[in-house]
Ligand binder design. Structure first.
Ligand SMILES: *Cc1c(COP(=O)(O)O)cnc(C)c1O
Length: 347
C-alpha cells in the first residue's frame, strides 16, 4: 500500500449515519427531510430521463440562473455541486496546500475533518465561548479556511450576524459559512457577499428541499475564486436528473416559501415535552435538536432502544457529545411516534 499517499493511509473514512430504506423506520438520524419534495421536481426528473443518452450541460447553467433569482445573487457567483459536500471538497482542494491550516469551532460538522485529512491539511478546532457563541478573539493560527456551519451542526445554534462579520473581518483567509440548515432559521449571510471578498456560502438541497438522494448543493463566492474552483470541479458533476430536479422546486415560488414551515412548527412542538422531562435541549435554528441526558450510559441506552423500536436518531462519540442524541424533526406523525417511544424508555 506504499503507493497510497501517507495522509490517506493515516486517515479514517467518514462514517455517515445509518441509511435505511425501510419505510416503516422513523428515520430521524441524518437530517434529511421527512416531507416530500416539490411534485414539480419529480415531474421534471421524469421528463429529463429521456435525455440521458447525452452528457449534461457542464456548468448547470439553468440551475444557477434559477438559484440567482431565488437568492438574489448573480449566476456568475454561483457554482452547483454534487451535494454541498462536493463544493466543500473543491474548496479544500483549491485553497489548501499540504500543511496549510483550516479551522472550525467544536463541535462542528465532522466531514470537514475528513476533507482536511484528505488534503493533508492541519485542521484545528477552536472552542466556542460558552455553549455556542463565536468568541470575541479567535486564535486563527494563519488558517487558510475557517468553516462555520450556520446554524451549527450538531447543536443547531444560530449566531448573531455581527459575530459572523467579526470572523470575516479578522480571519486571515476564507470564511466558509455552511448554510445547510439556513432555511429553518431564516438567517443567511448571502447579502454579505458584496461586502466581504473572503466569504463563501454553501447551500444544499438535501435538507429543506427534501432532495438528499439527488445530490445537489450550491456554492456562492466572488467570481475570481469561482474561476479557480472551476478548474478542479468534476466537469459533469451534476447529472441531467439532478439539474432538472433542482431547477423545478426553485421555480415553484409557493412551495419554496412554505417549505420549512412543517419543520419549524415541529421543532417548536418537540421542545417543551422534552424539557418537561428534565432534559437539556439546545435552542435550535435547524431541522434537528440536540438532547442531553444525565450521562453517557443513558444516552447510549436510549439511542439503542429507539433503534430497536424502529426509530433512528444520531449518536455521537465526540468530546462533550457522548451524553447526547441528535433528533431530526420529522412529520407530525414521526414526532408522535418518537415522543411515545421516548417517554416509554425514560420511565
Ligand atoms: C447535511 C450537511 C451537509 C451535506 O449536504 P449535501 O448537500 O447532502 O452534501 C453539509 N453541511 C452540513 C453542515 C450538513 O449538515
Amino acid at each position: 500500500m506504499d503507493v497510497v499517499r501517507t495522509c490517506i493511509r493515516k486517515m479514517s473514512a467518514y462514517i455517515p449515519g445509518d441509511a435505511a430504506d425501510d419505510p416503516k423506520v422513523v428515520k430521524l438520524n441524518q437530517n434529511e427531510s421527512r416531507f416530500p419534495p416539490s411534485p414539480r421536481a419529480i415531474r421534471a426528473i421524469e421528463a429529463a430521463a429521456s435525455g440521458l443518452a447525452l452528457y449534461p450541460e457542464s456548468t448547470s447553467r439553468a440551475l444557477r440562473e434559477a438559484a440567482a433569482k431565488v437568492y438574489s445573487v448573480p449566476a456568475s457567483r454561483i457554482m452547483a455541486g454534487n451535494g454541498s459536500d462536493d463544493i466543500l471538497r473543491i474548496l479544500f482542494q483549491c485553497c489548501c496546500d499540504p500543511g496549510d491550516r483550516a479551522m472550525a469551532f467544536y463541535p462542528s460538522y465532522s466531514y470537514y475533518a475528513t476533507l482536511a485529512d484528505m488534503y493533508d491539511v492541519d485542521y484545528r478546532l477552536g472552542d466556542f465561548a460558552g455553549d455556542s457563541a463565536i468568541p470575541d478573539t479567535v486564535q486563527f493560527d494563519a488558517a487558510t479556511l475557517v468553516v462555520l456551519p450556520h446554524p451549527n451542526a450538531p447543536t443547531g445554534a444560530v449566531f448573531p450576524e455581527r459575530d459572523v462579520r467579526r470572523l470575516l473581518e479578522t480571519a486571515p483567509g476564507l470564511v466558509v459559512v455552511d448554510e445547510a440548515y439556513a432555511d429553518f432559521s431564516g438567517q443567511t449571510v448571502l447579502p454579505l457577499l458584496d461586502e466581504y471578498e473572503n466569504l463563501v456560502v454553501v447551500r444544499t438541497f438535501s435538507k429543506s428541499y427534501g432532495l438528499a438522494g439527488l445530490r445537489v448543493g450550491l456554492g456562492f463566492a466572488r467570481e475570481e475564486l469561482l474561476a479557480e474552483m472551476e478548474k478542479v470541479r468534476d466537469f459533469y458533476n451534476l447529472d441531467r436528473l439532478a439539474q432538472a430536479g433542482a431547477v423545478a422546486p426553485l421555480a415553484d415560488n409557493v412551495w419554496v416559501r412554505r417549505r420549512p414551515g412543517g419543520v419549524v412548527a415541529g421543532r417548536g412542538a418537540a421542545l417543551p415535552p422534552l424539557r418537561e422531562l428534565g432534559l437539556t435541549v439546545y435552542p435550535s435554528g435547524a431541522n434537528f435538536i440536540l438532547v442531553r441526558f444525565r450521562d453517557e450510559a443513558e444516552a447510549k441506552r436510549i439511542f439503542e432502544s429507539l433503534r430497536s423500536r424502529g426509530v433512528l436518531v444520531r449518536y455521537f462519540t465526540g468530546r462533550g457529545l457522548a451524553d447526547c442524541i441528535r433528533v431530526s424533526i420529522g412529520t407530525e406523525t414521526d414526532m408522535v411516534v418518537f415522543q411515545n417511544e421516548f417517554e416509554a424508555l425514560l420511565e
